[in-house]
Design a protein around this ligand. Structure first.
Ligand code: NAP
Length: 282
């Protein structure tokens, strides 16, 4: 048995962030305005607080200004929509990130739709999903966009390949499948109602695990030589794929951590600078 080659998301993300920082500095120098990402957090869920802080830190290091809006857990849909509309109309803000989940009492979709598409650098609006699906200009959902970059970096050909995406969430499973379809892969979506997950995964030349269940996909499910992308991130830094057994069957595999995770933030930063460049007319 051979051991799969690792797809190093940390290294690729570092290069993307360095390139983004150069573009941010150049844009700031040319226009006098630094790109600015507004982060909006409802409540104080510890994981969400950590994610937002991490995104702000990365922004700072890349020369992107950030503005943080912390709203109380009891914020209503109307109040959140109002805040997002204000940010959408504020010319000093170029990108908006609503950290989710936002809490069960809030209509998350209504909140996302209050983000102007030209500032939707996290790729969460209907408009962004449609543009992405039709291959039109716009911002991609960050984790799926990062996954495609990683596949390209490692020269993974997609046309005609059988891709199985496990998970169909609006921010991850569905959009990654659409991006793979746009690249001429033959895409199958699996989800909690899929009758025989092992059989479906076993057909795949490319498996994208986007479930949120630790080690759900096992090595014995993987077709020898397949490419395995593990977007899962479960307690204890564990992915959705049983790494050790899968690495003995796959040709390429992402580690957790250090695979997909860093690519998400890199894509967010890159899209923020792109949004700023368009809005500043530079
Ligand atoms: P989600 O909204 O909870 O969606 C999970 C998906 O998995 C659903 O479509 C669900 O099916 C499916 N599923 C659940 N149990 C299953 C099973 N036993 N067999 C097959 N499918 C099953 O989760 P998400 O937001 O997409 O996140 C998925 C994972 O990715 C999580 O671990 C999350 O932490 C991670 N993630 C990582 C990043 C990153 O930057 N690395 C970003 C986002 C998410 P149904 O639709 O039928 O319910």
């Amino acid at each position: 048995m051979t051991q799969a080659r690792l797809m190093d998301g940390t290294a690729l993300a570092r290069r993307i962030v360095e390139d983004t920082a150069r573009k941010a500095a150049e844009l700031t120098g040319r226009t006098g305005s630094a790109p600015c990402l507004a982060t909006v957090l409802v409540g104080e869920d510890p994981a969400s607080v950590t994610y937002v802080r991490m995104k702000q830190n990365r922004c700072r290091k890349a020369g992107i200004a950030s503005r943080h809006i912390a709203l109380p857990a009891a914020t209503t849909t109307g109040e959140l929509v109002g805040t997002l509309r204000e940010l959408s109309a504020d010319p000093a803000v170029h990108g908006i990130l609503l950290q989710h989940p936002v809490g069960d009492h809030v209509d998350e979709r209504a909140a996302f739709e209050a983000i102007a598409p030209e500032k939707d650098v996290d790729g969460v609006t209907f408009a962004s999903f449609a543009s992405m699906s039709f291959g039109l200009p716009g911002f991609v959902s960050c984790t799926p966009g990062g996954i495609l970059r990683l596949l390209d970096e490692y020269g993974v050909g997609l046309a005609g390949k059988r891709a199985v995406v496990v998970g169909r969430s609006a921010i991850l499973g569905k959009p990654v499948g659409m991006l793979l379809l746009a690249r001429d892969a033959t895409v199958t979506y699996c989800h909690s109602r899929t009758a025989d997950l092992s059989a479906a995964v076993g057909e795949a030349d490319l498996v994208v695990a986007a479930v949120g269940r630790a080690r759900l996909i096992r090595g014995q499910d993987i077709k020898p030589g397949a490419v395995v992308i593990d977007a899962g991130y479960n307690p204890g830094n564990v992915g959705d794929v049983d790494f050790d057994s899968a690495a003995r069957r796959a040709s390429l595999i992402t580690p957790v951590p250090g695979g997909v995770g860093p690519m998400t933030i890199a894509t967010l930063l890159e899209q923020t600078v792109e949004a700023a460049a368009r809005q500043l007319g530079a």
